[in-house]
Design a binder for this molecule. Structure first.
Ligand SMILES: [Ca+2]
Length: 199
């Protein structure tokens, strides 16, 4: 009895240490599966219907398996229906990151595709991650995706990433922003983050 109790304590300690060693930042709802989804839905700027995310600066579409997903069942089209309403259609979505340690490098990974239903064949996307301090430029990268020859059932999802150094001083904001006009934007899904040792 005593022996099994000791073994149990050791197991608990090992699990605790394991958890501590690998604790780090995570993306909340990076696959966009959680929240108040009913059916394909256009979300306006400021919406927090998708758990963990805020829609900014303009509307997006939260879409389901009408398109081939990269992970789970739901994904984001970063262009909503704004073009028809005469407002800026280049939508975006943001999340404030937590759990980062100052002086470390991190990699944000995500899957990218594009709306195959129309618009330009090449879909352009900007990703920015940083503290948004006045007078500074946050780490950012532009990404392109070619929808030529692809379809709703063969979306051709590609893995992308952006690396950044976190100097400390706050909680960085991660932003995905469409650079397309019209209603057919870049798609994103399966957003993750992990620490890296070298960029
Ligand atoms: Ca998903």
């Amino acid at each position: 009895m005593k022996r099994s109790s000791k073994a149990c304590s050791f197991g608990v300690l090992l699990l605790a240490c394991w958890g501590y060693a690998f604790a780090g930042p995570t993306i909340i709802n990076g696959s966009f599966e959680e929240g108040g989804f009913a059916s394909r839905i256009t979300l306006p700027a400021g919406s927090t219907v998708i758990s963990g995310w805020v829609v900014l600066p303009a509307e997006i579409d939260w879409v389901d398996m009408l398109y081939e997903p990269s992970d789970g069942m739901l994904m984001i089209d970063l262009n909503g229906g704004g073009a028809e309403l005469g407002v800026d259609p280049s939508g975006g979505i943001v999340q404030q990151l937590s759990g980062l340690k100052a002086g470390r490098w991190y990699r944000v990974l995500f899957d990218m595709a594009g709306n195959v239903d129309g618009g330009e064949k090449i879909k352009n996307l900007k990703v920015v991650v940083g503290l948004r301090l006045p007078g500074t430029v946050d780490p950012q990268s532009n990404f392109r995706f070619n929808t030529e020859g692809l379809s709703r059932t063969d979306m051709g999802w590609r893995k992308k990433h952006i690396d950044f150094f976190f100097p400390g001083g706050g909680q960085p904001i991660l932003e995905f922003r469409s650079l397309e006009s019209g209603n057919f934007g870049p798609f994103i899904d399966n957003v993750r983050i992990r620490r890296i040792w070298n960029p």
